[in-house]
Design a protein around this ligand. Sequence first.
Ligand code: FAD
Length: 392
Amino acid sequence: MKYKTIECEVLVVGGGVSGIAASVKAAREGASTVLIEKNSFPGGTAITGLHRFICGLYANSKDMPDKILNKGIASEICFMLQKLPPEKNPLRMGKVYVLPFAASNLMSVLRSLSQKEKQLNIYYNTEVVSAKTENNTIVSVTIQKFNKKFNIIPRVVIDCSGDGVIIKLSGARYETTSPDQRQLSGYTFRVKGLKHVDDILAVKVPYYLSKAAEQKKIPFYLKYTTFVSGDDEDEGYCKLNIPPELTIKMEKQAKKDALLVHNFLSMVLPVFKKSYIVEMSPEVVDREGPLLYGKYTLTAEDIINARKFPDGIVKNAWPIELWDQQKGIIYKYLEPGENYEIPLRCLVTKDIKNLFCAGRCISVTHEALGSTRVMGTCISLGERAGYEAAHC
Ligand SMILES: Cc1cc2nc3c(=O)[nH]c(=O)nc-3n(C[C@H](O)[C@H](O)[C@H](O)COP(=O)(O)OP(=O)(O)OC[C@H]3O[C@@H](n4cnc5c(N)ncnc54)[C@H](O)[C@@H]3O)c2cc1C
């Protein structure tokens, strides 16, 4: 069937943090760029997961960071976020620093960055449904907005979908971790009406849930739930970490689990007694999806040994943070002051000539993904993919 056709130089699929950075950079480099996003808003997992902190921005050091590891769009986003109320400064979390943010601020920063670009056309509420490949080249991508379909004829495609949508549709090779090894997925709810929140609550919540799981009052995985306080003093966020096999159309189950956790906490912790849920993630969010089989696959050893590459394009000092199904969270840190590099070869494949990947689905091992998948790193990966795509 013949659909209306849109031609562009760079097509970016997915408007999460990596996709926004990729499309803004490609447009700034002069390429006519189209961004396709199935949601009605930018930010992807960072928004639907109700995240609170940007990780992977700073050097691994004891001191308050004064600069961001990767200059460019990551720095611009942080600068713009920090200008908006409420005031947010880098915060030490364990051995590393993060930048707190409000979801509404991140959305408006991403919108404002992308709206400034004249070479960039964004289609929200639009989904990529198929792709046609000839001679190892993507020649067209079909998108659907409500009932209408269009064909996009791109010169280069950047897959920022997190789910490897274009990797799969184009026939590029990819790896998937077996379901029992995959990292836990997430589902968050926000509560108000908390009384006298203190720092110890972040320890008490998993402690009480652990006890309840031991006594089989709640499913065992709910003991991995974390708590962080919100911007208002009566506000907090509970992040459930749930097995990924539950996530296929399992929003209903996640919602049930969230209500169970909230009920339980309201009974055992006086802080929660009068609290009420005001927001829940609209979907379960995955830490791990398909991973490109790229020209190079970054490993845990590369990360821990702070390896540098001749084609290193993005620096990172975030530890390997694995959300294991049996053991919960496991951290492996780089030496203080060290960082590693992600080579450009992790973003490209031998299989498809005009495909780049950025964000969650680049070519890394399951363990290495525990470090590369954080937002700060995804922004810089997107930016570099946008640059390379515009010039390739
Ligand atoms: C539970 C959990 C907690 C996390 N906590 C943190 C944290 O605190 N700090 C941190 O820095 N990182 C955190 N992360 C990691 C981080 O959120 C993500 O890895 C990062 O945001 C990924 O960005 P992305 O742009 O690569 O992908 P995504 O944010 O997944 O964006 C992909 C976009 O593609 C769109 N899309 C998908 N398919 C299609 C299609 N067919 N057509 C059109 N659009 C499509 C999606 O709607 C989405 O907007 C967490 C992740 C999880 C799962």
